[in-house]
Design a binder for this molecule. Structure first.
Ligand code: ATP
Length: 255
């Protein structure tokens, strides 16, 4: 009984996860246990296998081997859409906001997409129940003053804020953020760290990040990948103190 209870307390368990592309083993027998409400970073140099790992957790790519448990339930064979309904959301390295829609409508699409089977953005009469959630999402990611601006007119940093807001529609259980700080100014990076710190406590976050300082400020625990394998795990303080990881695997040298 205890084992079952423990697994349910863990938002995500990844067991022996492996993905091959021909002869290349992009993710090699990775095991992860992420507690509910934990904020975790997955770090590693280019090509370490971080995005492939995310793709498998989100259901965008089937694993060659291994399994993925969400709150104790095996979701390995589920489609990405079914995983979304179970509370898994992800962002991509490239921003996926709708440039031709306003901030409000982008958030509205996300709210409708998370609730209903169809997107009906033009049915304004039905929009009212979702309006409060749309406004709350804008506030959560600091875009209240930008609701009527076209997404294509936002700064890069604001587009990332919008993307985060969209991913938070109907609070996910597990949020996977793929390099949220990429291309952000130092001021935007600071506000990103603040936004991440203000995420709901029960939301489990896994973050891929190249910026070591951001990652270490924003998370409770760090997993470091190298050549598809899990190389090290530890608290931000432990990872910061590990000079070998800092020098070799975070690309601080030789880049
Ligand atoms: N669809 C694919 N087909 C073939 N090889 C792939 C594919 N996707 C990824 N790879 C390879 O798998 C390895 C891991 O790539 P992955 O993108 O997961 O690394 P990453 O850690 O996310 O790197 P980055 O930080 O550059 O995004 C790389 O060698 C990459 O070239």
């Amino acid at each position: 009984m205890q084992a079952v209870a423990d697994k349910q307390a863990e938002a995500l368990v990844v067991e022996g996860l492996t993905r091959r592309f021909g002869a290349l083993v992009a993710v090699d027998d990775v095991n992860l246990r992420v507690a509910t409400g934990e904020k975790r970073a997955v770090l590693g140099a280019n090509g370490a296998g971080k995005t492939t790992l995310f793709n498998m957790i989100a259901g965008d790519l089937p694993p060659s081997e291994g399994r993925i448990l969400l709150a104790g339930e095996d979701i390995t064979a589920l489609s990405p859409q079914k995983r979304v309904l179970k509370g898994v959301r992800r962002t991509y390295q490239k921003s996926l906001v709708f440039g031709g829609l306003s901030v409000r409508d982008n958030l509205y699409v996300a709210v409708r997409g998370a609730t209903g089977p169809r997107l009906t953005i033009w049915k304004r009469a039905e929009a009212q129940p979702d309006r409060a959630e749309t406004d709350a999402l804008a506030e959560r990611v600091g875009l209240t003053d930008r609701l009527d601006v076209m997404a294509s007119d936002l700064s890069h940093g604001e587009q990332r804020q919008l993307e985060l807001g969209m991913a938070l529609a109907h609070p996910p259980k597990l949020l996977l953020l793929d390099e949220p700080a990429a291309g952000l100014s130092s001021r935007e990076r600071e506000s990103l760290v603040e936004m991440l710190a203000n995420l709901p406590r029960d939301l489990t976050l896994i973050l891929i990040e190249h910026d070591l300082d951001i990652a270490l400020k924003a998370v409770d625990y760090v997993s470091v990948m190298h050549n598809g394998r899990l190389l090290a795990e530890g608290t931000p303080a432990e990872i910061s103190a590990n000079q070998e990881i800092q020098d070799i695997y975070m690309g601080r040298h030789g880049k």
